[in-house]
Design a protein around this ligand. Sequence first.
Ligand code: IMP
Ligand code: MG
Length: 184
Amino acid sequence: MRQVQLFDDIEKILINEAELKEKVIELGKKISDDYNGLNPVFVTVLRGSIIFLCDLIREVKIPISLDFLSVSSYSGQSHTGVVRIIKDLDENIENKHVILIEDIIDTGLTLNYILGMLRERKPASIKVCALLDKKVRRIIDIAIDYKGFEIPDEFVVGYGMDYNQQYRNLPFIGILKEEILNQD
Ligand code: IMP
Ligand code: MG
């Protein structure tokens, strides 16, 4: 049987594997320098950020710990405006240095909600590390302390990010063909 090719649905590669790797090394180095001796907690927002997290932490050369949070804010391509906590953190972050790991900041609504919730728990500090920034779409202005790439207003998939739960395993970040997006 012919193998169904995931790549067939991709119109264009926006960020390739080599570019991702280079950026992740750079971010890992910066975080290692800034957090030396602070033992930060990487709080990762599931599920889109996991590939970024896995690559990033292997470029971080200081002790860290991990915790995970799951929220829901999207169905398909459209923003519902509602952020729901599906899975909360397992550990207490009081007095800890938190780095929030996000795949992509779009309107900023999700991040704003999560930051508000985490700040109430009195961490020693909280910073944001996001691989992608879709700046033109921003509704709420939020500082991204460690940023990978700014991207145009296009719906992207791959490197952890999905469209209807598919395409997360693409090793690059790409844009889907129009006929795939229009099926919704
Ligand atoms: P925001 O609340 O609009 O900033 O949405 C942020 C979340 O929506 C991200 O963490 C992603 O999970 C998802 N998202 C936003 N844009 C895209 C995209 O282009 N592709 C895949 N997921 C996206
Ligand atoms: Mg996300």
